[in-house]
Design a protein. Structure first.
Length: 602
């Protein structure tokens, strides 16, 4: 079969050598090379007298198969050109640099064979691992973790204008650790699991070098089969090792060394062979062999790439955690962090990793001190901006039952779960005692009366992610009524403007004259308190200014600035809220934090 190669330098050189080997056995014939740059002596010797052109259009009409091994941002136009000429296609990874481009290519490649150059998918070890997962031999799969610790030197980033870039001349490049060198980690995990759909993508992109793209990264997502996948990688390792994929099964642990075609199941080693993407494509066209990496099967990988592309740029790791050794940069402790992430299916932010910028923003949820009149509710404290400004308070003297960010219910069936005195109509605030909460299991809380009888169960999820220019904390509490429940607040009991009870954030002590609070339609404490709005902004014009933008609740906002500083959502603002036994209620709030003054919607 006549093969045209686009890109004879860089990784494309390996394809040039492979075609030369296949020629010896009469399996392929090099018909031409598309290359815009200079070709060295080895390349000229391999090409011989075959035509060379900087324009693929000069060559594609003589091709049965076109290999596109150029920089990724050239993949789409060259692939379309090859398909229009009627050639089959072998496209290096990533297939395109946008999800829309991938969809266009899939639609145009319907009547042609299109293989993506994910070499790992030709490994017998990968196929065997997928077979063990599907057969149930490993038991119930709790999750899949992939760890990768490689080193890339200065020359790696100096080799081309696109190296380490997210965008070049307005065109997406997405040359980060997750989407280029460790793209195989993502696609291999999907192949082993068998669930190509990807949802609930959580990204933590970091960089140790002064580059646009990530060089130390962690992604967690769920596949279409419901499997949790965590891929943790770095190009700034302390010691370089080949990547390892771990399947956490209830009956067995599987380790897949996919670059070495090696499988280890509970200590038993299996060594397998592999078939290259080009040889597999030729066998498919000639003999109908299964195609290992068809373009249409890379949807899950492209979903992850798209999240990286449209997401905020990677956060720089503080220089205190970096060490330069000649022409390479190392991140202190990164090897252990990568291993723990893959073993525990955690993100860096959930581990005790000092250089994780998201970890510095919000640590684990805790219950605070046990004080008289205080319900020890789980909450986040301290919460910081990326520059380290603390934006929460805990057990302040004016209201010692206030703390951090979290769910705080006022009264459930008349039981005070807020803390402090209880508001009674006609009497005001009187000391009546409080209820209690108990941790039933991780991230699950029982809200109980003083005798410990459960009234509601809360299941909690908290996430932290980078956003453009800042960071977002996402708190979600799913409440289930264990009995018929009546939620009330001082507001629903007749205390005007005091409908607090829901998600609650106690801010640090601030000068109220230097704090602005506003929504798209209202400005100031009195105007915003009790209104519903798609977002609410808090701008602190202090010596270290910061801004918060809150989104999510459909309930009214609760705002206090002059008496004390707090923001919350109100589940029972001016009337009770009733839940029958088993009924569910969700409370979800996103808090974007920015250093400096940020004006949303302007």
């Amino acid at each position: 079969m006549r093969v045209v190669l686009a890109g004879a330098s860089g990784y494309g050189r390996s394809y040039l050598r492979e075609v030369a080997d296949l020629e010896v056995f009469g399996l392929a014939r090099l018909a031409g090379v598309c290359e815009a740059g200079p070709i060295d002596a080895e390349g000229r010797a391999l090409i011989g007298d075959r035509p060379v052109s900087a324009d693929l259009g000069d060559l594609v009409n003589d091709a049965d198969v076109v290999i596109v091994a150029t920089p990724a941002h050239f993949h789409l136009p060259m692939a379309l050109q090859a398909l229009e000429a009627g050639a089959h296609l072998l496209l290096e990874k990533p297939p395109t640099t946008t999800f829309d481009g991938w969809r266009e290519l899939v639609a145009r490649a319907e009547d042609r064979v299109c293989q993506v150059g994910f070499q790992s998918l030709g490994s017998g070890a990968v196929h065997r691992a997928a077979e063990l997962v599907r057969s149930g031999a490993l038991g119930e799969v709790r999750g899949i973790g992939v760890r990768g610790t490689w080193l890339r030197d200065d020359a790696y980033y100096a080799r081309a204008a696109w190296a380490g870039r997210r965008v070049l001349d307005g065109v997406a490049v997405v040359d980060g650790a997750l989407t280029n060198p460790f793209a195989h980690a993502v696609v291999t995990a999907l192949a082993v699991d068998g669930g190509q759909d990807v949802r609930n993508v959580e990204l933590e992109l970091l960089r140790a070098r002064d580059v646009e793209a990530d060089d130390t990264s962690c992604v967690r997502f769920q596949t279409g089969r419901g499997t949790t996948v965590v891929v943790a990688v770095t190009l700034c390792a302390e010691t370089a090792e080949e990547p390892v994929l771990v399947v956490h099964g209830s009956q067995a642990r599987l380790e897949l060394h996919y670059t070495q075609d090696r499988l280890v199941v509970d200590g038993v080693v299996e060594q397998h062979g592999s078939v290259t993407p080009l040889r597999n494509l030729l066998d498919h066209v000639r003999h109908g062999a299964p195609l290992f990496s068809p373009l249409s099967a890379s949807a899950g990988f492209m979903r992850v790439l798209e999240e990286v592309r449209v997401g905020p740029p990677p956060l720089p790791i503080h220089p205190a955690w970096l060490h330069r050794d000649d022409d390479v940069v190392h991140v202190r402790g990164v090897d252990a962090a990568v291993r723990q992430a893959a073993d525990r299916l955690h993100t860096f932010a959930e581990l005790d990793v000092p250089w994780s910028r998201l970890r510095q923003v919000a640590g684990p949820v805790t219950t605070g001190k046990r004080l008289p009149g205080v319900v020890p509710k789980p909450a986040l404290h301290p919460v910081r901006t990326l520059d380290g400004v603390v934006v929460t308070d805990e057990h302040p003297p004016d209201h010692p039952w206030h703390r951090g960010m979290g769910l705080a219910l006022s009264y459930v069936n008349g039981v005070n779960l807020w803390g402090g005195p209880t508001y009674l109509p006609g009497q005001g605030y009187v000391d009546r005692g409080v209820g209690m909460v108990s941790e039933a299991e991780p991230a699950t809380v029982d809200w109980c009366d003083a005798a410990g009888r459960m009234m509601m169960r809360e299941r909690r999820s908290v996430g932290v992610r980078a956003v453009a220019g800042g960071v977002e904390i996402r708190w979600r509490s799913d409440l289930t009524a264990a009995v018929d429940v009546k939620l009330t607040s001082p507001g629903s009991r007749g205390c005007a403007g005091a409908g607090y009870g829901g998600w609650f954030w106690r801010l640090p002590p601030l000068d109220p004259d230097r704090v602005e609070v506003f929504t798209p339609h209202h400005r100031g404490e009195d105007a915003v308190n009790g209104t519903c709005a798609e977002w609410l902004a808090v701008v602190v014009n202090s010596d270290t200014p910061w801004t918060a933008v809150l989104r999510g609740p459909l309930d009214p906002w609760f705002v206090r600035l002059r008496e004390y500083q707090a923001i919350g959502s109100a589940l029972a603002w001016d009337r009770p809220r009733l839940l029958t036994t088993g009924e569910e209620l969700s409370v979800e709030v996103g808090v974007e934090l920015y250093d400096g003054v940020y004006q949303p919607g302007r």
